[in-house]
Every structure is written in structure tokens, then in C-alpha cells.
Design a protein around this ligand. Structure first.
Ligand code: C2E
Ligand code: MG
Ligand code: MG
Ligand code: MG
Length: 285
């Protein structure tokens, strides 16, 4: 019907569709304000090496404290940022903030920590990204060996040569690369072999089920074995129980991240929470 009327005006098939559209526009407008008014924050979640229980690094996770909506989780706004072409500017903010956090940690005597940043496909394909990163490295030279970028499997689905070229630009600057949410997307093992990737993060949905569900257990243990055979590091996300941690360690998973070790920590509490989390011998409690 809407099509039959032609023209360039937007036509809505139902009240629900209209409401959804309006909500979306309001959310976009609020997100633009969020960036201008400094309503974003980073929370940092510890990553622990199973073999010696040391803190190896942190993942930066974006948080939005909206004055009208309260704390909005990223799953509700990242896709809107992407759609509204705001992910690139917000991503720049995330990267600069992460560099500042790293510099601050090093000042407090917490050197050698890695910091992992999530990167959307639009950000990886952004032609300005390399120049922006070079600017950051001039301002924060210590970030080079410490920053890590997490990419999702979905970007392995198309345009492999361009993706690999963009990844190589990051590798050339000394950054490590991880594939996030591994097992949920389309990644083919042959592509994985061609990718300049250092780390595989097994999706938390497999970890949640691994002790109750034989299929999840098999996926986890065979993924760990394969990743290690490729010479890559393997991280399990969503580790919530000691039993999961023990089994992951037994199957030679390198690193764990999850509520068992810590929830994501607000940036202003980071140093004190890390200091409280480490015992005298530097092991995570
Ligand atoms: P992700 O990168 O896979 O991050 C892991 C998510 O799992 C985080 O959700 C984290 O809080 C949650 N998590 C960690 N351990 C546990 C656990 O033991 N149990 C449970 N139930 N959850 C756990 P969060 O912070 O809500 O972020 C959701 C997603 O939003 C991230 O998934 C990432 O894809 C995206 N995201 C977050 N920050 C950024 C960002 O700065 N840039 C981009 N492009 N995406 C981001
Ligand atoms: Mg991630
Ligand atoms: Mg993940
Ligand atoms: Mg995820």
C-alpha cells in the first residue's frame, strides 16, 4: 500500500513501526548529546591467566550513564551508534580514554597490563583509523605494546582481503588482535589461518553451558586444542564458577575473564580495586 502511493515520504505500516522509528530517533539524538556532554564511561574487566592466577590485562567496556534513561547497557546502544554513524567518533573517545587509563596504571606501578578495546567493523574499515592511532601513540607512546583490539567474527564474512589489510595496519603498529565471541559467527578455520590474529576469545554462551551440555563442552575443548595448535592464545569469557575455571584450566585454556574473577570495574575505582584484588604474591585472589 505504502509503495503504491509512491513518492519519497516515509510510510509506516503500523503504529508499532512508527513508535519504533520515533524511539530510535530519540535514542540517536540522546547518544549525540552523550558524546558531547561526556556521559560515556569505560568499565574495565580483569583477565586472569589460569596457570599462575596473574592479572594479564583488562577489557574496556563502554558504559552510558544517561541523565534521563539511567545506565544503558551497550547491547542496547552499540548497534544504534553504528547505524547512526556515531561509532567511529565514540570509538575514538574509547581509544583515547583507554590510552589515558593505561598511562595512569603505569604511573601507579601497574605496568605490563594489556588493555583490550572492542572495535566495530565500521571502525576497522575507517580510513582515518591508522592516522588517529599514530596520533595516540605520539601522545601515549607506552600504549603501543599494551593495546589489543577485539574484532568479531562477522567481519570475516565478507571482503577478506580488505579486512586482512586493515588488520595488518594495526599489527604494524604493534597492537595485538583478538577474535571476539568466537563460535557464534561464520568464521571459517581456513580464514582464521590467514588472519594476522593473536588471540581467540571463546564466546560466553559456550562457557555457560559447558558443564551441563556435552555439545558445549566438546566445542570448548576442541576449540582450545585447535587454537593452541595454531599457536594462538585462547581466552574464555563468561567464567562464573570455580568448576568452570578448573575445567578450562585442565583443558589448557590460557586466560579467563568473567564474574568469578571480577565484574567490569568503573574507571575511577580501577587502581584501588586492582590493588585489593591482588594478594602479596601478585596472584588474583
Ligand atoms: P564483549 O566484547 O563480548 O564483552 C563481554 C561481555 O560479557 C560484556 O558485556 C561483559 O560485561 C560480559 N561478561 C563478562 N563476564 C561475564 C560473566 O561472567 N557473566 C555474564 N553474564 N556476562 C559477562 P557488556 O559490557 O554488556 O558489553 C556487551 C558488548 O558490547 C560487548 O561484548 C561488545 O561487543 C560491545 N561493546 C562494549 N564496549 C564496546 C566498545 O567500546 N566498542 C564496541 N565497538 N563495542 C563494545
Ligand atoms: Mg570484547
Ligand atoms: Mg565477547
Ligand atoms: Mg559479546
Amino acid at each position: 500500500q505504502a509503495k503504491a502511493r509512491g513518492g519519497s515520504a516515509l510510510h509506516f505500516y503500523s503504529q508499532q513501526m512508527f513508535d519504533a522509528f520515533q524511539n530510535r530517533l530519540a535514542l540517536e539524538a540522546d547518544l549525540k548529546q552523550a558524546l558531547l556532554q561526556g556521559q560515556f564511561d569505560l568499565h574495565l574487566q580483569p583477565q586472569i591467566r589460569f596457570s599462575d592466577r596473574r592479572l594479564t590485562g583488562l577489557e574496556a567496556l563502554l558504559r552510558w550513564q544517561s541523565p534521563s534513561r539511567g545506565m544503558v547497557p551497550p547491547d542496547e546502544f552499540i548497534s544504534v551508534l553504528e547505524y547512526a554513524q556515531l561509532m567511529i567518533p565514540v570509538g575514538y573517545w574509547v581509544i583515547e580514554q583507554s590510552c589515558q587509563i593505561l598511562a595512569n596504571l603505569q604511573q601507579q606501578g601497574l605496568a605490563d597490563l594489556r588493555l583490550a578495546i572492542n572495535l566495530s567493523t565500521a571502525q576497522l574499515n575507517d580510513p582515518e583509523l591508522p592516522a588517529f592511532l599514530d596520533k595516540m601513540l605520539k601522545l601515549y607512546p607506552q600504549a603501543a605494546g599494551s593495546l589489543e583490539f577485539e574484532l568479531t567474527e562477522s567481519l570475516l564474512a565478507s571482503n577478506i582481503p580488505d579486512t586482512i589489510a586493515s588488520m595488518q595496519q594495526l599489527k604494524a603498529r604493534g597492537f595485538r588482535l583478538a577474535i571476539d565471541d568466537f563460535g557464534t559467527g561464520y568464521s571459517s578455520l581456513s580464514y582464521l589461518r590467514q588472519m594476522p590474529v593473536d588471540i581467540i576469545k571463546i564466546d560466553k554462551s559456550f562457557v555457560f553451558g559447558m558443564l551441563d551440555n556435552q555439545a558445549d563442552f566438546d566445542i570448548i575443548t576442541s576449540t582450545i586444542a585447535m587454537v593452541r595448535k595454531l599457536g594462538l592464545e585462547v581466552v574464555a569469557e563468561g567464567v562464573e564458577t570455580q568448576a568452570q575455571a578448573k575445567t578450562l584450566q585442565q583443558h589448557a585454556c590460557d586466560i579467563g575473564q568473567g564474574y568469578l574473577f571480577s565484574r567490569p570495574i568503573p574507571s575511577n575505582e580501577l587502581v584501588s580495586r586492582i590493588q585489593a584484588g591482588l594478594d602479596e604474591s601478585g596472584r588474583w585472589r
